[in-house]
Design a protein around this ligand. Structure first.
Ligand code: NDP
Ligand code: OXD
Length: 319
């Protein structure tokens, strides 16, 4: 390897490339790390590190060995029709996984223990107990997507005592958690689910899956007065008009959303002020610069030592 081989950071998101350039340069001093903006010799680029890169901006990198996603999701990469045909590697890191499970536990528990109601009671100085509060084991939580993130969240929900099931594309065995797979078992999974946690990737098969018709198949007779949706997968999974309609007609009781069809969530979206909606700004599990740069540096060193790509993405499945 020449000392002028390049790691190219192609970042189209809000924070920009600079923090990633610095963090990777510190860990991989044998490379020149630079953003798309600077002048560079395309033939020198050995690795690309991308987050919402401008489509087509990785064309012509003839010596590219691999493309790293700066997140766990890769929809931003596989949607680029001009993406070079090299391995795509995504983030699989305990830091990111723990952050996502924190978000899931926080918001499932907030619904389970009615945090919003008691905030309001406190503001009104109301001392109102609820003798019918169910125990966690009486509440059926369903996790859509049992990958790295979904399986960790499902296990932690199970540990707290919730009655947990999960749904994935292919059959899974996951400790004592009930698992369902594929289109054929989706309705059975939904029929037993009172709180639906979505950690699916955005693919041609999953786009728009969270719609009114799906919500209508969730378990209806829960303590909460209707099913509850939590989505931290991708905004493209959800039909926001369908969510609002379901909240209005009682098909859904409440929704907690971290991801949206358009991000940032437009100022005029009714989701902002709907009383049954909680909005978080796509930060359920941020990619910490330190943790993710360390992960990528480790994977690049592994590849440079002749190792086969790990945590690769199957382009045919789009995740
Ligand atoms: P994985 O690839 O590890 O897991 C994906 C899961 O979804 C797998 O269980 C897979 O099934 C399942 N799945 C995929 N397609 C289908 C389908 N058509 N029907 C049923 N199940 C399906 O991904 P991660 O768990 O690492 O991440 C999931 C997503 O979370 C990311 O793609 C990203 O969009 C989102 N994310 C959001 C963040 C945030 O801050 N909001 C942060 C990080 C990620 P199978 O096991 O059979 O392959
Ligand atoms: C990711 C994300 O995919 O932050 O990692 O959304």
């Amino acid at each position: 390897m020449s000392d002028t081989d390049i790691i190219l950071v192609a970042h189209g998101g809000g924070e920009g490339a600079e923090p990633w350039v610095q963090a990777l340069a510190e860990r991989l001093p044998q490379f020149r790390v630079q953003s798309l903006q600077g002048p560079f010799d395309p033939a020198r680029v050995r690795y690309a590190v991308a987050w919402k890169h401008p489509p087509g901006s990785l064309v012509g990198l003839d010596n590219l060995q691999a493309i790293f996603s700066l997140g766990a999701g890769v929809d931003h990469l596989v949607s680029d029709p001009d993406l070079p045909d090299v391995p795509i590697i995504r983030v699989v890191d305990p830091d990111l996984t723990s952050r996502m499970s924190e978000w899931v536990l926080l918001h499932v528990l907030a619904h389970h223990r009615q945090a919003r109601l008691y905030d309001w009671h406190q503001a009104e100085k109301l001392w109102e107990d609820d003798p019918h509060q169910p125990a966690a084991h009486e509440v059926r939580v369903g996790v859509m997507g049992l990958g790295v993130l979904g399986s960790d969240a499902a296990r932690k929900l199970d540990m707290i005592g919730f009655d947990v099931a999960g749904w994935s594309r292919t059959p899974k065995v996951l400790d004592t958690i009930d698992t369902y797979a594929g289109a054929a078992e989706l309705d059975a999974f939904l029929a037993r689910t009172e709180i639906l946690v979505v950690l699916l990737p955005l693919t041609p098969d999953t786009r728009g899956i969270l719609n009114h018709a799906l919500f209508a198949n969730l378990a209806r007779h829960s303590y909460f007065g209707g099913p509850i949706l939590l989505n931290a997968g991708r905004g493209g999974l959800q039909d926001e008009a369908g969510i609002l309609e379901a909240l209005e007609d009682g098909t859904l009781r409440a929704a907690t959303l971290d991801v949206f069809e358009t991000e940032p969530l437009p100022q005029d979206s009714p989701l902002w002020h709907h009383p049954a909606v909680t909005v978080t700004p796509h930060n359920a599990a941020i990619s910490s610069t330190d943790a993710v740069a360390a992960f990528i540096a480790g994977e690049i060193e592994h590849l440079e030592a002749g190792g086969a790509p790990r945590h690769g993405v199957d382009r045919g499945r789009a995740y």
